[in-house]
Design a protein around this ligand. Structure first.
Ligand SMILES: [Zn+2]
Length: 258
């Protein structure tokens, strides 16, 4: 008989949420009933919507992006816009970011580690299998980009060219964001998921973490570059770590025993 043992973890959880994440989650409407700790949840970011023209020739106005981010707060993360199910995660916090001339809303979302399928979701997102997202929302008026009227009544057709200008429509009068979904193919180009840009705290404060602390020790398992820095004083040797495009200075100190 042949037997085989497999061991090891496909992808470790590389990110520890920070206290700012917990504060934002507990400030949501209908907050968690129990006080969550950083060990209780997974957190990821989602490029959920942009102000580029989507595959339906609709487009958010750049000025509406902060409002969209506001409206997504506390909304559920669903699978494939299936409203017959409950969410697998919940949006909180995040930013509006400009990337290569496109404005994005990038909310964060969290889900509890104690859920029986929590690691399945994390592994599928982190491995890139779940790779696109889509926002569900309600709005009042599709405004024609050519004439500025309601496109349902004007002479122009979205997707056609008029004097070499592509006709599209703006999503005007956004009323509600009902949910954001993991989808097999999003209507907007470039959606997807990211690890939090920071390691739990403000990105700038990461530089002051000790390499020996639990947070940065996890980070150190996933570094792309590590190089010694000349010792500056008697505080101990330092290392320069480059992780996901950011540079961190880490001070080596012995672990304190409690
Ligand atoms: Zn028109």
């Amino acid at each position: 008989m042949l037997t085989q043992h497999l061991s090891g973890q496909l992808l470790r959880d590389q990110v520890t949420p920070g206290s700012a994440d917990l504060s934002a989650i507990h400030a949501l409407p209908n907050p968690p009933l129990v006080q969550l700790s950083t060990d209780d949840i997974h957190v990821r970011r989602c490029r959920l919507a942009s102000d580029a023209i989507d595959s339906r020739f609709g487009r958010f106005r750049k000025d509406d992006m902060p409002r969209l981010l506001e409206l997504i707060q506390g909304a559920p993360v669903l699978i494939g816009h299936d409203k017959r199910t409950l969410g697998v995660a919940r949006f909180f916090g995040g930013d509006v970011e400009q990337r290569e001339g496109v404005s994005w809303i990038i909310p964060q979302f969290y889900w509890p580690r104690a859920h029986s399928a929590a690691d399945d979701l994390r592994v599928m997102i982190d491995s890139g299998v779940y790779s696109e997202a889509s926002i569900a929302f309600t709005y009042r008026t599709p405004t024609c980009s050519v004439c500025g009227n309601d496109i349902r009544g004007c002479a122009h057709w979205p997707g056609r060219n008029y004097e070499d200008q592509l006709c599209f429509f703006y999503y005007d009068g956004i009323e509600r964001v009902t949910e954001g979904s993991l989808v097999y193919r999003g209507a907007a180009h470039g959606t997807g998921f990211e690890l939090p840009a920071h390691d739990g705290e403000n990105a700038n404060s990461a530089a002051s973490h000790s390499l020996m602390s639990p947070t940065v020790s996890r980070l150190a398992d996933d570094i792309s570059t590590i190089s010694p820095t000349p010792d500056s004083d008697d505080a101990g040797p330092t290392l320069t770590i480059k992780h996901r495009g950011r540079r961190y200075l880490a001070l080596l100190r012995p672990l304190k025993e409690d």
